[in-house]
Design a protein around this ligand. Structure first.
Ligand SMILES: [Zn+2]
Length: 343
């Protein structure tokens, strides 16, 4: 007969092994494994980039942004293979980004944008750079047909299935293309459910900042705490617009995520204004790398590290100190991504 004391010992052993399998401590879920946030080292985390898109994604995106109806795929870019399908080239780009000070890149694509999870794993394994993958549905013009057919719960169930079966570390980029459509509202509400079921953070896409507060309204009304949300592309708004501060005042992250290019001088003004207002803890930086291969290091461009090598020096010049920059580039994105996985 087993003594009562032994039963208690057994029970304790079971409990502690359960605790090991489902840690209470927050992790960052990379495509290769879950890591404690500090395992990312001292490098920056770029919270909104693209490493894997279908070759026709950007041509469709550009045609739509110009007011066209690019539901039908346009011709793929001439360069073959497309750089986001060239694992050796992208491995080199990841190594170069690491040398520039990048510790982790979050890919904000998912299947409706042509994101290939195996490709992300391969370039992470080969380069040694931490990569986080996302899940979701992008925006109305890019939704697969099932989004119109499914209700909120069905969409949430599909995304939750992806989170439970794949190494997904964030929900994003989920967005509104222009004025929020009823399907987009449905996806946002479904995403709130996925967040509540998984604890994963949410990153959004706005049309250059349009409708940012409405996105936050929908997520908050569906039970998401603003601290778990990053509103994307806010740097596309006019620099005297009050939206960025309004987002921060509500406790959400504000994405300045198209850095290292033509919009820098306006974004420097906006970031300085946010810092003066005391919102350093709400800022997230990234470059939304996607436009084309010309910006690759391989082609003489600044590469995936351009937030660090092109944009951040402009902030230093404007007087921003290293401690503040470290907070924005290292601490803020980790706080967004770190989560306690739910059973
Ligand atoms: Zn993006």
């Amino acid at each position: 007969m087993i003594a009562r004391r032994d039963i208690l010992k057994l029970a304790c052993a079971c409990l502690s092994s359960a605790a090991t399998a489902y840690p209470k401590a927050p992790v960052i879920r990379t495509v290769l494994k879950d890591v404690p946030p500090e395992a990312l080292g001292g490098g920056a985390t770029l919270f909104h980039e693209h490493l894997s898109l279908a070759p026709d994604f950007m041509p469709r995106w550009i045609a739509l942004a110009r007011g066209g109806r690019a539901a039908a795929p346009l011709a793929a870019p001439a360069a073959q293979p497309y750089f986001m399908q060239d694992a050796e080239l992208m491995t080199e780009e990841m190594r170069a980004a690491a040398k520039d000070g990048v510790g982790c890149i979050v890919d904000q694509g998912h299947p409706d944008m042509g994101r290939d999870l195996e490709f992300l794993k391969r370039i992470s394994r080969q380069s040694g750079l931490h990569i986080v993958a996302a899940c979701g549905y992008y925006t109305q013009p890019f939704y697969p047909p099932e989004v119109a057919a499914w209700n909120e719960d069905r969409i949430a169930a599909e995304l939750t299935r992806q989170v439970k079966t794949q190494p997904i570390g964030v929900i994003g980029e989920i967005g509104t293309w222009d004025v929020m459509t009823s399907d987009e509202r449905k996806v946002f509400r479904a995403v709130a459910k996925v967040h509540r079921a998984t604890n994963l953070a949410i990153v959004t896409h706005t049309n250059f900042g349009k409708g940012a507060l409405e996105q936050l309204d929908v997520l908050e009304s569906a039970g998401v705490k603003p601290a778990r949300v990053a509103i994307g592309h806010v740097g596309g708004l006019p620099d005297d617009d009050g939206t960025a501060k309004a987002i921060a005042r509500r406790g959400a992250f504000v994405g300045f995520d198209r850095q290292g290019g033509a919009g820098d001088s306006r974004q420097v003004k906006m970031v300085m204004s946010m810092l003066e207002a005391g919102f350093a803890a709400n800022l997230l930086f990234s470059s939304d790398f996607s436009a084309g291969g010309a910006q690759l290091k391989h082609n003489g461009g600044a590469g995936y590290g351009k937030t660090l090598t092109v944009f951040v020096p402009k902030l230093r010049e404007a007087g921003v100190d290293e401690k503040t920059l470290h907070g924005i580039l290292v601490d803020n994105p980790r706080r967004l991504l770190a989560f306690v996985p739910k059973r």
